[in-house]
Design a protein around this ligand. Structure first.
Ligand SMILES: Nc1ncnc2c1ncn2[C@@H]1O[C@H](COP(=O)(O)OP(=O)(O)OP(=O)(O)O)[C@@H](O)[C@H]1O
Ligand SMILES: [Mg+2]
Length: 309
């Protein structure tokens, strides 16, 4: 494999590519991201010890082909992360790129199909052509199941989705000759992934993402708490009393917990803006926000799954 281009060089190339694509297709932001520098680090992801271990190994091997040769094997370069919403699939894909010292190219499949519709396959081809010479790339296909989602049939033709599908299958089949790519896909609906994607030689490493256990929830809360305090440069939370808190957040995902923290901080900001001097965030504050959020989430879930229609 060629020497990895410098991060500055890759950054420059990705910027140029973005400009060219945007001239032709309009703004990419929110649908396609091209990043030479990524975060977070694996240790900023709470829980998921088994998945993180696998990702660490795969990222390392991808970065160091000589290591693979020394052990007489080749590791997988097509990984499917599956599990409930908000469990850290996107986080893990970014952490993999960081671990592998690779650029991250993120395609939000549903948003992409919705925005570019029948142009999507051509855009994908232009994008991949433009990545030539960018060194190691983690290509992240977020929401891979979108390709076969019923609702997207309203905006994209079967032909366009068929072309995208075929394009990706061929890309996976050719990975052997594209040593600079590691492909990661994510889904929270593994039952909607086309079986051809998981044939041998295609997505051959499946990694399960699970909802956090109470102990993992505690770690996740601490991560988000520490992050907010690092940004603010001061303590924002009282010492938390975990046993009662953990009872009230049972079953919540990492994304839910991040939202609970955000809402508690938002509440403090509102008080300060009103002229009060709010206390630090307490266990009771988080319990209250968790309860409100749980109720709201049920409504969101019902809207999303069409139960109100
Ligand atoms: N294990 C975790 N540790 C720390 N934060 C987490 C974790 N899981 C989720 N989060 C928080 O939730 C946010 C959303 O997570 P992420 O986008 O990775 O979930 P996802 O599994 O990709 O969800 P979806 O299936 O909805 O795309 C993250 O940006 C982070 O703030
Ligand atoms: Mg995601």
């Amino acid at each position: 494999m060629a020497e990895q281009t410098s991060v500055e060089g890759v950054e420059h190339q990705l910027r140029g590519l973005r400009t060219r694509l945007e001239e032709k297709y309009g703004p990419l932001r929110g649908r396609i991201e091209l990043e030479a520098r990524v975060s977070p680090n694996l240790h900023e992801i709470g829980g998921l010890e088994k998945a993180k271990l696998e990702i660490e190994g795969l990222g390392h091997a991808f970065r160091d082909p000589a290591l693979q040769k020394r052990w007489g094997t080749k590791t997988s370069r097509a990984i499917l992360l599956y599990g409930p919403p908000g469990t850290g699939k996107s986080l893990l894909a970014s952490a993999l790129a960081l671990r592998a010292e690779a650029a991250l190219v993120l395609l939000r499949m549903a948003c992409m199909l919705l925005r570019w519709q029948d142009q999507s396959p051509v855009l994908l081809r232009d994008l991949l052509n433009g990545l030539e010479g960018a060194g190691r790339v983690v290509l992240f296909l977020d929401e891979l199941d979108a390709l076969h989602q019923e609702r997207l049939r309203l905006v994209t033709s079967d032909a366009a989705r068929g072309m995208m599908f075929a394009f990706l299958l061929v890309f996976l089949d050719d990975l052997e000759y594209r040593e600079e790519y590691l492909v990661v896909a994510s889904t929270n609906r593994p039952d909607s992934i086309h079986p051809d994607f998981v044939r041998p030689g295609r997505f051959d490493r499946l990694i399960e993402m699970t909802l956090p256990s109470p102990e993992e929830q505690r770690v996740i809360l601490e991560i988000h708490k520490a992050r907010a305090e690092a940004i603010a440069g001061r303590p924002l939370f009282q010492a938390l009393d975990y046993p009662p808190l953990l009872k009230r957040i049972e079953g919540m995902s990492g994304a839910d917990l991040a939202e609970v923290i955000r809402r508690a901080l938002e509440d403090k900001m509102r008080l300060e803006a009103r002229g009060d001097r709010p206390d630090l965030v307490s266990t009771e504050d988080l319990v209250r926000e968790a309860e409100v959020f749980r109720r709201i989430k049920v409504v969101g879930e019902r809207i999303r799954t069409g139960q109100y229609l």
